[in-house]
Design a protein around this ligand. Structure first.
Ligand SMILES: [Fe+2]
Ligand SMILES: [Fe+2]
Length: 318
C-alpha cells in the first residue's frame, strides 16, 4: 500500500492494496451475458468507479458498502472518466475499519470532544426542567449524534457535522450573551441544542455521515418533526406547558420565513438570536468551504449553490 489518494490516480497506474471506502456495489450483466461487479470507491479526496469482470452471482454477498477495502487493480479510462479495473478486493480487518473516519470528510473536532462540550453546556443550564429535557434528548440519540451530518449536501454535510454545527453555535451563543447580558442562556442554549434534533430522523445516515432524506423527512421536515418530538419528550420528562411552548416556538421559527419552512417569525429575543446564530454558523461554514477550491484573489466560476452567489477568496492575510 502506497497510500495513493483517489484524486492522485492517473491512467495506467497500477495500485496494490490501496485502502478506499466501498461506497456502492452492484452485480450487473454485460452484453456477453457474463456477470461483473460495478463499484464506487471513495476517500477524503474524491470518488472513482470500479469494475471487476467475470464475477459470480454469489460474490455479491462478499461486499458491504460503507466499509474499508484493500483495492488492487489498474487505473483505466472510460468515456472520459477514470475507472478502476479491479483484480482483487479484500475487506480490511476490524482494527482498520475503526479508522473509517480518516477516509471520509469529517468535522475538524472529534465526536468525543464535541459531545463533551454539549454536556458542558447542558450543565450550564440552570433551569432543572430544561436541563432534564436536553439531557434526555441527547442521551436517547447518543449513538446517531456522534456521526450524523447536519445536511445532505448543504452546510455541515460531513461526518460529525451535526455536532459540529451545534457546538460552534453554542460557543457563539456564549459570546453573544456576554455582550447582551439580558439574554436568557437557559433558553438560548436549549433552543440551539434542540432546534435541529430531528435532522437525525429527517435523514438516514450511515456511519460515514453520508445521508439521504427519509420519507418522513421529505413529507414533514425537521421543524415539524422536531415540534412533535419535543411534545413527546416534554411529557416524558415532565416539562411545564409554558416552557414546552417556548421551546416549540424556537424550533418553529428558526428558519424565519415561510419560504424556508417557518410559519412564524421569532417572537422573543432568544428565538430571534437562535435564527441568526444558526445562519452565521451555516454561512461561515459555506464561505470557508468555497475558499477551499479557490486561490487567493480568485472568484468562483459559477454560483455557489448554498450561498446563491459567486464567492471571492480575498487576498488579504488573516
Ligand atoms: Fe434547521
Ligand atoms: Fe441549524
Amino acid at each position: 500500500m502506497a497510500d495513493i489518494k483517489i484524486t492522485d490516480l492517473t491512467v495506467g497506474m497500477e495500485i496494490k492494496n490501496e485502502l478506499y471506502i466501498l461506497w456502492y456495489n452492484e452485480l450487473k450483466k454485460a452484453s456477453n451475458n457474463k456477470f461483473y461487479m460495478d463499484f464506487q470507491f471513495r476517500d477524503k479526496t474524491g470518488e472513482i468507479n470500479g469494475k471487476k469482470w467475470d464475477a459470480t452471482p454469489n460474490e455479491l454477498n462478499d461486499y458491504n458498502n460503507a466499509e474499508l477495502y484493500f483495492v488492487t487493480g489498474r487505473v483505466t479510462e472510460f468515456q472520459g472518466s477514470l475507472q478502476l479495473n479491479i483484480s482483487s478486493l479484500r475487506k480490511a480487518p476490524q482494527q482498520i475499519q475503526k479508522n473509517i473516519a480518516d477516509f471520509v470528510q469529517s468535522a475538524p473536532v472529534s465526536s468525543d470532544d464535541m459531545l463533551n462540550k454539549v454536556y458542558e453546556y447542558i450543565n450550564l443550564i440552570k433551569d432543572e426542567e430544561l436541563k432534564k429535557l436536553c439531557t434526555q434528548v441527547y442521551q436517547e440519540n447518543s449513538e446517531q449524534i456522534r456521526f450524523y451530518p447536519a445536511a445532505k449536501a448543504l452546510h455541515h454535510s460531513v461526518r460529525g457535522g451535526y455536532l459540529y454545527h451545534i457546538t460552534t453555535m453554542l460557543d457563539l451563543a456564549k459570546a453573544i450573551s456576554n455582550v447582551y447580558t439580558t439574554v436568557n442562556t437557559d433558553f438560548l442554549y436549549s433552543g440551539i441544542l434542540l432546534h435541529d434534533i430531528m435532522k437525525l430522523k429527517e435523514m438516514n445516515s450511515n456511519e460515514c455521515g453520508i445521508a439521504d432524506y427519509s420519507t418522513e423527512g421529505q413529507l414533514m421536515g425537521h421543524i415539524e418533526m422536531g415540534i412533535c418530538y419535543i411534545g413527546e419528550m416534554a411529557k416524558k420528562v415532565g416539562l411545564s406547558q409554558n416552557k414546552e411552548l417556548l421551546i416549540k416556538h424556537m424550533i418553529l421559527s428558526h428558519h424565519y420565513i415561510p419560504e424556508h419552512g417557518s410559519t412564524k417569525m421569532p417572537m422573543f429575543l432568544e428565538a430571534e438570536l437562535l435564527h441568526h446564530i444558526d445562519l452565521i454558523d451555516a454561512r461561515t461554514y459555506d464561505f470557508n468551504k468555497a475558499y477551499e477550491t479557490l486561490q487567493k484573489g480568485e472568484i468562483t466560476e459559477r454560483t455557489v449553490f448554498s450561498l446563491d452567489r459567486k464567492v471571492m477568496n480575498p487576498d488579504f492575510e488573516k
